[in-house]
Ligand binder design. Structure first.
Ligand SMILES: Cc1cc2nc3c(=O)[nH]c(=O)nc-3n(C[C@H](O)[C@H](O)[C@H](O)COP(=O)(O)OP(=O)(O)OC[C@H]3O[C@@H](n4cnc5c(N)ncnc54)[C@H](O)[C@@H]3O)c2cc1C
Length: 281
């Protein structure tokens, strides 16, 4: 049935590769990685041994195996560099469906990164800085200045204590500096090492506005993004969902001031599509 749908939707050429991915997904090795990544939940390290604030998350090696596999197969971004009309998004959706059958927790950062690109393209300057890293099939874990990394991942930080479903409930906080941000974000799934809190619907004078916040700034210093705690969840245990505090963080505005919800909705819609693709068992 899946193969028929892939052919019908114009991605026939991708079938041999998808069959290969299907074989991998069904393998004992892959299933063991999926089990271990859920058995050993991520651990938050807020400080290093000298007491310096680091805000890093440690994942089990099997989590990295899953991420490396999905990034290697381009499920996080390759369709954005494919020729339009060649079924690239269909093939990616089928691959995402297969990896979701194996382990759905790691599919969150894969989906977020995939969904970040169309939103980021609202600003060609920012797209120029980040897109090549976001679509790269190299998985590069660890905090470093984005331009020095062979691959990047993205996340989305929208929810606040007073509002999740209603993003408009986010409390505007006038920036102290041109790009300084403060405030609390309720949840951000999987604070990736080089996460771009993209978009971060904080507020300028014109109301809720989106910003791109790299974990590490162009001068190599860490951005004011603090991971307060990881959520202890019923499901999705392989994935880290963090409560974040922005303390004088630096961000770059994405989209027009006051158009934060309109900008973020493009990314939200893409992730919702992946929720549909990832749900059937
Ligand atoms: C595993 C996990 C990962 C997450 N990752 C992220 C992330 O990466 N980035 C991020 O920003 N957030 C993230 N979130 C937060 C998520 O977006 C919010 O939990 C979600 O938007 C719901 O908001 P809330 O929890 O405040 O619930 P509420 O908005 O308070 O909703 C509570 C209940 O009320 C219902 N409800 C709300 N409004 C209405 C209404 N108008 N009419 C009828 N019913 C209504 C809801 O459906 C729900 O059943 C994550 C959450 C989880 C559990």
């Amino acid at each position: 049935m899946l193969a028929d749908a892939i052919g019908r939707e114009g991605a026939e050429a991708a079938l041999p590769a998808l069959r290969q991915l299907g074989t991998l997904v069904g393998s004992a090795e892959a299933r063991e990685h999926a089990r271990l990544a859920n058995e050993h939940s991520p651990v938050l390290r807020t400080h290093d041994r000298y007491g310096h604030r680091v805000d890093e998350v440690e994942f089990h090696p099997s989590w990295h195996w899953l991420m490396r596999t999905s990034v290697g197969w381009g499920l996080h971004g390759t369709p954005w560099v494919g020729e339009p009309g060649q079924g690239a998004h269909v093939a990616r959706a089928a691959g995402f469906y297969l990896m979701g059958q194996l382990e759905s927790g790691h599919c969150c950062p894969i989906s977020m990164t995939y969904a970040a690109v169309p939103a980021l393209r609202r600003d060609p300057g920012l797209a120029n800085v980040y897109e090549s890293g976001l679509v790269s099939t190299t998985y590069a874990f660890g905090l470093a200045e984005p331009a020095t990394k062979p691959g990047l991942l993205a996340g989305m930080s929208m929810t606040e204590k007073q509002g999740g479903s209603d993003v408009r409930a986010a409390r505007p906080r006038p920036p102290r500096g041109p790009t300084a941000r403060t405030g609390w974000s309720g949840t951000s799934g999987s604070p990736r090492p080089d996460e771009r809190s993209l978009p971060d619907a904080r507020a300028g004078a014109g109301g809720l506005t989106c910003f791109v916040l790299p974990r590490v700034l162009p001068d190599g210093t860490r951005n004011g993004i603090r991971l307060e705690r990881l959520k202890d969840k019923l499901g999705n245990r392989s994935n880290a969902s963090a409560e974040i505090e922005y303390t004088g963080a630096t961000g770059w505005r994405l989209g027009d001031e006051g158009r934060g919800v309109a900008t973020i909705i493009e990314m939200v819609s893409m992730t919702r599509l992946d929720c549909v693709i990832g749900s059937p068992r």
